[in-house]
Design a protein around this ligand. Structure first.
Ligand code: DGL
Length: 258
């Protein structure tokens, strides 16, 4: 398969744009196609079966665009669908995500680690296994409704939501907060106003970018000579505002090094 084909990046909506920013930094010569399933977001309060069906459709669409590898830039869709879809497309590199509890555990000095994610991510088997291994001191906090605020670019509403959601967990200050949903990564500046400076904020975006590089390199699919990183945006919503929001968030991520 030629290495100059694009990499498909998928999320329920705009959260995966934060991952896309990290992928473009790690792999500046690759081309990307980003698909946000805006019409069906949020995924985290649906059933796992619905999310599997939606994710299968989304990845199938990206394959039709000729993608050489796919990144499920969504913790929820990874938990509900990645294992099944890898078995359905065994030759296709499919990179998934999980809450970055493993690196956060290394930052713990006896305090707590708050894990913020969608209800589905925290309830499925994948997280249960992660929690069994690295969950000492970890407090999972479901955040239904937070994805919608990021989709609507409502950062004030997100701040109000998080102040309320975290109120009972800040004294004593947590050692780390894990952003277990790619939408929440855009809330780093908001969390900076709520959390004490000593609390580390951890996400899985850079780890995912490194993992993608490893997998492409193993399969001889790295594009090292292409023109600097183009990206096409696609959305399941016909509202042109959806694509504008994606481009706006990519700029925000690049400017703030998110
Ligand atoms: N960005 C997705 C994640 O990482 C959000 C899921 C949703 O749409 O609820 O989990």
């Amino acid at each position: 398969m030629p290495s100059d084909r694009p990499i498909g990046v998928f999320d329920s909506g705009v959260g995966g744009i934060s991952v896309l920013a990290a992928l473009r930094r790690e792999l500046p010569r690759e081309r990307f196609v980003y698909f946000g399933d805006t019409l069906h977001a949020p995924y985290g309060t649906r059933t796992p079966e619905e999310v599997l069906t939606l994710t299968r459709g989304a990845l199938g669409g990206l394959l039709e665009k000729g993608c050489k590898a796919l990144v499920i830039a969504c913790n929820t869709a990874t938990a509900a669908a990645a294992a099944t879809l890898r078995s359905e497309w065994p030759d296709l590199p499919i990179i998934g995500m999980e809450p970055a509890l493993k690196p956060a555990a290394l930052m713990r000095h006896g305090g707590s680690i708050l894990v913020l994610a969608t209800p589905m991510t925290l309830r499925l088997e994948k997280f249960r296994r992660l929690y069994e291994r690295y969950g000492e001191g970890a407090v999972p906090l479901e955040c239904p409704g937070l994805v919608e605020r990021v989709e609507a670019f409502d950062f004030e509403g997100a701040e109000e939501y998080l102040r309320d959601r975290l109120a009972d967990h800040l004294d004593p200050a947590p050692d780390a907060v894990v952003l277990g949903c790619t939408h929440y990564v855009f809330l780093r500046p908001v969390l900076g106003r709520i959390l004490p400076a000593a609390t580390a904020v951890v996400d899985g975006n850079e780890g995912t970018a490194r993992q993608l590089r490893r997998v492409l390199s193993e399969r001889d699919l790295l594009n090292e000579t292409g023109d600097a990183g183009g990206c096409d945006f696609l959305s399941s919503s016909s509202d042109p505002a959806a694509l504008d929001t994606m481009r706006r968030l990519l700029r925000l991520a690049d400017e703030n090094d998110i």
